[in-house]
Design a protein. Structure first.
Length: 317
């Protein structure tokens, strides 16, 4: 009998405690796939998470460090994160079936949450290099970050569109050493697709004398036919040794989720971002360019999450 009473108490007491004290329920953790610690994606995700934890007692929030957009998409599709910050060109690749995907299964459950900021490709080479145009990159050793980064995807797309036989070299060293490798002639070029100014491009440009390659109008025209990219320009006063605007290709950073993510969580993330928009913009210089009126621009292909609609309508009014 004694053992029976103990067994019953073991079952009943936790139920009473759980029902009587809602505050002791474990918090749900919201996970946002971002990028490297030095990147803008991580800084933005971390800013949103900090604001969420200030406003809500029911949720924790984590900015998940990753290798970039491709990895973020995989984590989101595999349900390992709730949100992901991703280059818009990669979104289209996953939303519609394409032979670029190993499994060739479209991610039709993908939903936009909001647009963030524009990005532009920086193609960095040494000033004393004989590389003058992107055609000269053929056969060269190119570094564009870790495997799965959006920079790799965008660079390979650029070269394919321009019929140039050049692809990224999968070099096994940390992104922090890219500037040193370029200056020591261990690589010929460094590629980075991101918002500007950014710490990574700044670090490379300050490692030795470098220049940013312009993309010619003819090659820009070829790339823009895919509708994945826009014509862009990096201002001439952002980086050491770069005195004139640099014509290049651009894309945008977008926060996305899955269609079946709970409305409550999506609304929380959006509401916090809107409420603390000006504070979030202070976390990184690039974020200062974010415009609240452009957050909910409808994608041509990927629909907004249902929970976002009311916020878009409020902004519009």
């Amino acid at each position: 009998m004694r053992y029976l009473i103990i067994a019953l108490l073991t079952f009943i007491v936790p139920q009473i405690t759980w029902a009587g004290d809602e505050l002791e329920r474990p918090k749900r953790t919201i996970k946002i796939a971002s990028g490297s610690v030095v990147g803008v994606y991580y800084n933005l995700a971390n800013a949103i998470c900090q604001e969420i934890e200030k406003q809500s007692n029911d949720y924790n929030c984590v900015a998940v460090r990753t290798g970039g957009s491709e990895k973020n998409m995989q984590l989101l599709q595999d349900r390992n994160v709730d949100f992901a910050i991703i280059q818009s060109d990669i979104l289209n690749k996953y939303y519609e079936p394409t032979n670029e995907l190993e499994h060739n299964i479209p991610f039709k459950n993908l939903r936009n949450v909001f647009n963030l900021f524009d990005e532009a490709m920086a193609i960095m080479v040494r000033t004393d290099s004989d590389i003058r145009t992107i055609s000269d990159l053929k056969g060269r050793k190119i570094y564009a970050g870790k495997l799965g980064s959006g920079s790799i995807f965008a660079y390979n797309r650029l070269m394919q569109s321009c019929d140039i036989d050049s692809c990224v070299s999968h070099l096994k060293f940390d992104i922090k050493n890219a500037g040193k490798a370029l200056c020591n002639n261990n690589i010929d070029a460094v590629i980075f697709m991101g918002a500007h100014p950014n710490a990574f491009t700044h670090e490379v440009a300050n490692s030795c004398d470098v220049k940013l390659l312009n993309i010619s109008e003819a090659n820009l025209y070829k790339v823009l036919q895919s509708s994945l990219y826009i014509a862009s320009a990096i201002p001439g006063d952002f980086y050491m040794g770069v005195n004139e605007p640099v014509n290049t290709v651009g894309t945008s950073a977008t926060m996305v989720t899955r269609e079946d993510l709970e409305d409550e969580i999506v609304k929380l993330v959006v509401q916090v971002t809107l409420d603390d928009f000006e504070d979030i913009k202070q976390y990184h210089p690039v974020l200062a360019s974010m415009d609240k009126n452009k957050l909910f621009v409808e994608s041509k292909k990927i629909p907004l999450h249902d929970a976002v609609a009311e916020f878009r309508n409020n902004i519009a009014n």
